[in-house]
Design a protein around this ligand. Structure first.
Ligand code: SF4
Ligand code: SF4
Length: 477
């Protein structure tokens, strides 16, 4: 049972030449002891988070409609919405850059519930379609589109459907498949891959005290709930920081160390570059962008009008009917009713932007990879393209953070910040993401052995990052 990355993984250095110093790792025994002491308390944290999860998702559905002037200080619904999109999402995204997937291991009640169900479940062999590397990409895309068509950021019923539905699925998957593992977290969680990619930017690193030769491939013979072959672990991506492998004083336990944020991606050639992951960065950034772009595209309404007229001309009147409320936003009480036309237009726009974005970023990485080879890199074209594709991660992270954390700045406005000032802060965040992406591309090209002509080789991928930053700036500002 093994996930094969698209990249030719034989490029990874053999363990004898891949030292701790390569990854900048210096073990922190004090931190390891602290984390080991913390571990027995985690189930209690998960139970508490489950209660918070229920309160934030279920209670608002039964509360009365808030008034137009209601704020999070005087209305339960507005408060729950703020906690979800203004506190939870930004915290998860910020924390992943500092501490990796600490949200997953320390706080997430969904993964913990899935693992608990697994202990008492059927423990069947995980089917091949779940282990397919494209499954978490599909999971993210489907949930993102469904979130948009149901209005997950505006309607508590949609939030309950999306988050509650995935919670129930996580428990079902845990109950059916895997043996003392988290099949859901490794293969299916809609945000698992997203957090995995950004965890590679994280400053906390868990690494073997001595690397063993071989690939960091998926294995059943491990205490790790996400199937990591611990002595061969090279990437932060699948580590949910459950702390199970932190065994202070034991050589078999992983060492905890700190590194500069982004270090793993700068050295991506040593950390299992994976084409599926890069494909996800391109597609994920695109579909999320599409989710915001349709709201601001000046020609969206005329397209919608033309498509609707065409269907009516064909006698297809159902296109103007509202669909089921689990698939699209049907809330007459809030003056928002999506029809089949809206459903197809929104999902069609999101998929189109996603495909265009993936093609543009793919070509940008390919262009830089070709130039890198022209200027002396001996890395194969596909491998170089994949490595350079990772440079888009920071700009995507910043954009997603601003886009999804819609309520992040609400309290600052309440405290007197003007809308223009908030926009400036958002612009600066996108600019910071863009600069970080450029720095990453520069470092990755260095790792590809490009010295002379590096600035020129960077041009295509830099244009890709700049276009994404510009598109997000249009969409969220
Ligand atoms: S992968 Fe998903 S379900 Fe698992 S712990 Fe992380 S966020 Fe929670
Ligand atoms: S590598 Fe260690 S901390 Fe990370 S998920 Fe596996 S067992 Fe948990």
């Amino acid at each position: 049972m093994q996930t094969i990355p698209i990249a030719d993984i034989t490029e990874a250095k053999p363990a004898s030449r891949f030292s701790q110093a390569d990854a900048g790792a210096l073990s922190r025994p004090g931190v390891e002891r602290l984390l080991a002491r913390l571990r027995p308390w985690l189930p209690w944290v998960h139970v508490s988070m489950f209660v918070v999860f229920l309160a934030v998702l279920v209670v608002p559905v039964y509360l009365p409609e808030p008034s137009e002037q209601a704020s999070s200080l005087d209305d339960g619904r507005v408060l729950a919405n703020y906690l979800l999109w203004g506190v939870w999402f930004p915290l998860v995204f910020f924390s992943v850059v500092i501490t990796g997937r600490s949200w997953c291991g320390f706080l997430c009640p969904m993964g913990a519930a899935s693992e608990l169900a697994n202990r008492h479940g059927l423990q069947r062999v995980t089917p091949a379609w779940i282990r397919w590397p494209g499954t978490p990409i599909v999971s993210f895309i489907v949930i993102t589109i469904l979130g948009q068509t149901t209005g997950v950021r505006d309607h508590p019923e949609a939030a309950l459907e999306i988050f509650g539905g995935t919670f129930a699925l996580a428990i079902l998957v845990g109950w059916l498949w895997g043996r003392n593992k988290r099949v859901w977290c490794r293969h299916l969680c809609p945000i698992g891959l997203l957090l995995g990619v950004f965890a590679r930017l994280g400053a906390v690193q868990l690494s073997p005290r001595k690397w063993k030769p071989g690939l960091d491939a998926l294995t059943e013979k491990t205490i790790c709930p996400t199937y990591i072959d611990l002595p061969r672990k090279r990437a932060a991506r699948h580590c949910i920081e459950c702390l199970r492998c932190i065994l202070p004083g034991h050589r078999a336990g992983l060492a905890v160390s700190f590194r500069r944020p982004g270090r793993e991606l700068e050295m991506i050639r040593h950390h299992l570059p994976d084409g599926w992951e890069v494909l996800f960065i391109f597609l994920g950034a695109g579909v999320a962008l599409g989710g915001f772009l349709w709201l601001v595209m000046p020609f969206y309404d005329s397209w919608r009008q033309s498509v609707g007229t065409w269907f009516i001309d064909q006698g297809q009147y159902w296109i103007g009917e509202p669909g089921p409320d689990w698939l699209m936003s049907v809330h007459p009480e809030r003056r928002e009713i999506f029809r089949w036309l809206d459903f197809f237009m929104i999902s069609g726009t999101m998929v189109s932007v996603m495909v265009l974005c993936a093609i543009a970023l793919g070509l940008a990485s390919l262009g830089s990879a070709a130039l890198a080879r022209h200027f002396g890199s001996e890395c194969r074209l596909l491998r170089a393209t994949i490595q350079l594709g990772y440079s888009q991660a920071p700009v995507a992270l910043m954009a997603l953070m601003i886009g999804l954390a819609t309520e992040l700045f609400t309290p600052f406005i309440g405290l007197g910040m003007t809308v223009a000032q908030v926009s400036n802060v958002k612009s600066l965040m996108i600019l910071a993401g863009l600069l970080w992406s450029l720095w990453l591309a520069w470092q990755i090209l260095n790792g590809l052995g490009v010295r002379r002509g590096r600035a020129l080789a960077m041009v295509p991928t830099a244009l890709g990052s700049a276009s994404m930053a510009a598109a997000w700036w249009m969409a969220v500002l």
